[in-house]
Design a protein around this ligand. Structure first.
Ligand code: HEC
Length: 176
């Protein structure tokens, strides 16, 4: 039956009342995502701390801790639940942290670090403008009559890229 296949294989999302796309995951996955996010904010703090002290080894250490190494360790079950635009933006941010780490070591230039970090922060805020993370339990509890469960890939008129544009097309790291 089509409905069963949909539930089994396709990431579902809901458009929240505030217009953002809700990513529905289980509670453990939600905690994991948010914990990773707090780690990103800590890295931003560490990078700024390092840059102000012109300690570029520290800058590189902080930045590479939140590079692609984080995305590579992600569970396939969770990755399958994430919308394409979210993954593209997330990978771009992790890659940008790796690049910042490399450039910090190579050029040891505070302004360059600040410039790269500013661009990354634009990617943080554009993704936050596009998505929310909601635990399944929560989503079921407040299923409002207006909320439509939608199939990300097959939504009429929605292509992978149009979804990305709507959700986080303002990202300075958006593929060009
Ligand atoms: C790929 C999308 C994406 C990117 C990139 C991203 N975030 Fe997030 N972030 C989210 C989502 C979604 C949430 C959950 C928001 C919600 O549910 O309201 C979140 C939540 C957070 C939270 C709150 C954590 C908590 O415990 O509630 C912090 C802090 C945060 N992000 C920091 C950052 C920082 C700093 C960056 C950039 C270095 C960043 N994020 C990049 C999507 C992203």
């Amino acid at each position: 039956m089509a409905g069963t296949a949909f539930l089994a294989t396709v990431p579902a999302s809901v458009t929240a009342e505030d217009g953002r796309t809700e990513i529905v995951v289980n509670e453990t996955e939600r905690d994991h995502i948010l914990q990773e996010m707090r780690g990103l904010l800590e890295a931003v703090h560490g990078i700024l701390d390092g840059a102000m002290a012109e300690d570029f080894d520290a800058v590189a250490r902080e930045a590479s801790a939140v590079g692609m190494v984080l995305a590579r360790d992600e569970s396939p079950q969770l990755v399958a639940k994430l919308p394409v635009g979210f993954k593209v933006n997330g990978f771009a941010a992790h890659t940008a942290f790796d690049r910042l780490a490399q450039n910090a070591l190579e050029f040891r230039d505070k302004d360059m670090v600040l410039e790269e970090l500013t661009t990354i922060l634009g990617a943080c805020t554009s993704c936050h403008a596009g998505y929310r993370v909601v635990a399944e339990q929560q989503a079921r509890r407040r299923k409002s009559p207006g909320a439509q469960i939608e199939n990300i890939e097959n939504r009429p008129g929605a292509t992978r890229s149009s979804r990305f544009d709507r959700a986080c097309g303002n990202s300075p790291l958006a593929p060009g």
